[in-house]
Write a protein that binds this ligand. Structure first.
Ligand code: MCU
Length: 433
């Protein structure tokens, strides 16, 4: 019996070791799969130091690491992304905390409930669900705020809708020192995290609950996110900060969303940075000092785009309203697409601002087909339509004016493997069966 127990224990230990290795290998390979298997696969990467980077009016080189060297392999992107994430949290969005100690909830055919507890503080919120026809489990698109999303095309394409009200998680209309909503009930009303990162955190907790639900109704590995305007800003940040999201679809996001922050001051009629910072606490408190000099930021939003690479990204923009800063938006997409290309995933990004109807957050016929194709490719995993850039000549940015770096050819070789978690040597080696 003792021998059997020992064998069983070894078998369990072996299984654990294998699981650890698999997870790490998946993380390393995460660069090429449609959706990362975890919210953030770079948690083990070294953090960039706290030193300030030199001011530059051009877009920072997304391939240059904090130590000054450039990445050379596709697998290097994993930890470079982690650096960008940290710098973007530190200077633009505020920190998005990791999954709290306890996340529970339910998934039904009509709704999702989420209960969160961390360090003794709890909060709850819920979202309604609308299934497509047919039999599940279904992929799903989290729709922030309900504005502008073409939910009938999404459902007709075979994905469910999760109606997520971000304002329940981070309210608007409050002072920065008195933020409210589920996120701030847990992390405090004086948290410096902005609403967009708080909304992103809430969406991640919805995905946690779907993951834990056993997958009878919705598939956690086939999640999309969308939203228009302020909720387009939120959808963009949500997709950037959760690698489980296979398809990110921001619509007309404007300042604080897609557009390069360095481009906004020079784009005629664009919502000024001070306004995007002041209108609502969308961005983190730490962004305040940068509203007057974005050139001193260590990052820009082309790198938020790059955080989504190589996962599906379908950007919808409106060139008819100057306030939306679509020219700076096109530059963010073009510059971010260079990272997609370097990773061999240039076909996974679509940017589309060539639209007729000027009204904000309109449901547009031009976007119907690409929307369908993106859902097929990244959520249903059938179909393989290539990405496209359809930039309106009204607001066409010129990437060459904005960069002084070139796109490297990244090799496939894993020269910088992820640091493996220490695998315990087998403690008591079996001695003579
Ligand atoms: C484009 O998103 C915002 C914009 O940043 C705000 O200035 C304006 O008040 O509202 C837009 C929006 O969310 O419209 C629904």
């Amino acid at each position: 019996a003792i021998v059997l127990l020992a064998i069983a224990a070894l078998a369990v230990a072996g299984a654990v070791t294998v699981m650890t290795r698999t997870t790490t290998a998946q993380a390393a390979a995460g660069r090429l799969v449609a959706a990362g298997p975890v919210e953030d696969d770079g948690a083990d990467c070294p953090l960039p130091g706290s030193g300030s980077s030199p001011a530059t009016s051009r877009l920072p080189d997304p391939f240059r690491k904090a130590d000054g060297t450039r990445i050379t392999t596709k697998s290097d992107w994993r930890c470079r992304r982690a650096e960008i994430k940290e710098l973007a949290e530190r200077t633009v969005y505020g920190q998005k905390p990791i999954k709290p100690a306890s996340v529970t909830g339910t998934v039904s055919t009509t709704g999702i409930t989420v209960n969160v507890t961390d360090q003794g503080r709890s909060a709850s919120f819920s979202a309604s669900v609308q299934l497509p026809s047919g039999s599940g489990p279904f992929p799903a698109v989290i729709v922030l705020g309900g504005l502008g999303a073409d939910t009938s095309t999404i459902r007709a394409s075979g994905a469910a809708i999760i109606n997520y009200d971000p304002l329940a998680v981070g309210r608007e209309g409050t002072q920065r020192n008195n933020k409210q909503g589920a996120f701030y009930s847990v992390y405090g009303s004086s948290s410096s995290t902005g609403l967009l990162a708080a909304w992103a955190w809430g969406a991640s907790r919805i995905i946690d609950v779907i993951e834990q639900s056993g997958g009878n109704v919705l598939k956690a590995d086939a999640m999309g996110v969308t939203g228009c305007s302020r909720y387009g800003k939120g959808a963009f940040v949500t997709g950037a900060f959760d690698q489980r999201i296979a398809l990110t679809m921001p619509i007309e996001s404007g300042s604080g969303g897609l557009p390069i922050l360095r481009g906004i001051p020079g784009e005629s009629g664009a919502q000024p940075l001070s306004s995007a910072y002041g209108e609502q606490p969308w961005l983190g408190d730490a962004f305040g000092p940068f509203t007057g000099n974005p050139n001193t930021l260590p990052v820009d939003t082309h790198e938020t785009v790059a955080m989504i690479a190589p996962r599906g990204l379908f950007v919808m923009d409106n060139p008819h309203i100057d306030w939306l800063a679509a020219r700076s938006g096109s530059v963010a997409a073009l510059a971010g697409a260079e990272v997609y290309k370097a990773l061999g995933a240039g076909d996974n990004i679509t940017y589309w601002s060539d639209v007729q109807d000027g009204s904000h957050c309109a449901v547009r016929s031009e976007w119907r087909t690409p929307l369908q194709q993106n859902i097929q490719k990244f959520l249903l995993k059938s179909g393989n339509a290539p990405g496209a850039f359809r930039i309106s000549s009204r607001k066409a940015g010129n990437l060459a004016e904005w960069r002084d770096w070139q796109t490297p050819t990244l090799s496939d070789g894993p020269t910088t493997p992820p640091t493996d978690p220490p695998t315990d040597p087998p403690t008591d080696p079996p001695t003579g069966g």
